[in-house]
Design a protein around this ligand. Sequence first.
Ligand code: 3PG
Length: 405
Amino acid sequence: MEMTTKMLTIEDIEPEGKTILARVDLNTPVDPKTGKLMDLNRIAEASVTIRDLKNSKVVVASHQGRVGRDDFISLEQHAEALSKYLGYKVKFVDDIFGPTAREQIDSLSDGEVLLLDNLRLAAEENNEFTPADAAKTILVQRLYKHFDACVLDAFPTAHRSCPSIVGFAELLPACGGRLVAKELKALNRILTIAKGLYTTVLGGAKISDRLEAIDTLIENKRADKVLLTGLVANIFLQASGRISDPLGLQDEDRYVRKAEKLLSNYPDIFEMPVDVAVETSGSRLEVAVEDLEPGQKIMDIGSATIDHYSRLIRSSGTVFMSGPPGLFENSAFTKGTEELLRAMASSLGTTIVSGGHLSAALERFGIKGWIDYVSTAGGALVLFLAGKNLPLFEALDKAARRMKK
Ligand code: 3PG
């Protein structure tokens, strides 16, 4: 299945001398202990588009983390990292659409780059809207008149219809950036060589995007087997009655009901962990799922599960992995993530790995070059592979049609 999106490129919007909003995705895993960025891959990728706008006044915008989590931090460190990749200074303003940000945007000269602060500090950016309503948000209304055009390059945020992704494109000429073009091209190429048996390994902490995509992945023949790890596995373990301790997640009941439905609709597709790793006095302890005690927090998949999943991975035609199997940032719980990624690296099948955490993990284990394609996108890629229409591509498509009229 070839996926195409009509979109304009940077050249189509003739950016020279103009003030351009570049909506990129600099959202990066953050070390919970030090508060430092753990992997600069998305920042490096975003710098390509920004460099290609060098004769413009460029205002860069991105979100970082989720409100209330450890990774919800300001973008000051990102400005420094971006400056390093670009080889010239990126200014930073700790404001988004207030008078300080607007004054700094208006005083930019050609060749200067200004990074706004974390877009999710603005309440509206944490919600999803229709494009028409996104265009009416205060965030978009206060800012759009300061720009001549926008470049949408946040491929990993393609599935969010938040104001910065779909609102500006309603009011300004909009084109795709270099990363969007690169990802689409690479994915289309890799999908033409991908072959069955398709195995999807799902993990990480972002349950809702993954649960939403599973039916479509299966229906579109992109998941003959789904190997469950991470929080999503815990939801399925609950749904199958194998663990009873609630995980304390918002919307947990809804997720469990969805998992129950999936298990009954597709009884032969899902593989669940048989053993897991928990923490006792700072160390790893492996226990069979049935022997978990109340209050024990699952931090990784266990060795028997790793062996079983690794065998399935090595015998697959195509393996797609999204979200880490365990809390690999903590060395006691790296094993599941490392072993499954190593199984992918040594498999003869086509391999695709998705998202910032896994990209950081591959880098750490020194096997990034062994995977056929490493995408910057996490949840967005799962939905993309499932064949869903993503808001960012719809916005680009609409902007391209408008411009051609
Ligand atoms: C991602 O990392 O998947 C994107 O940056 C989107 O982040 P979100 O899932 O918090 O919206």
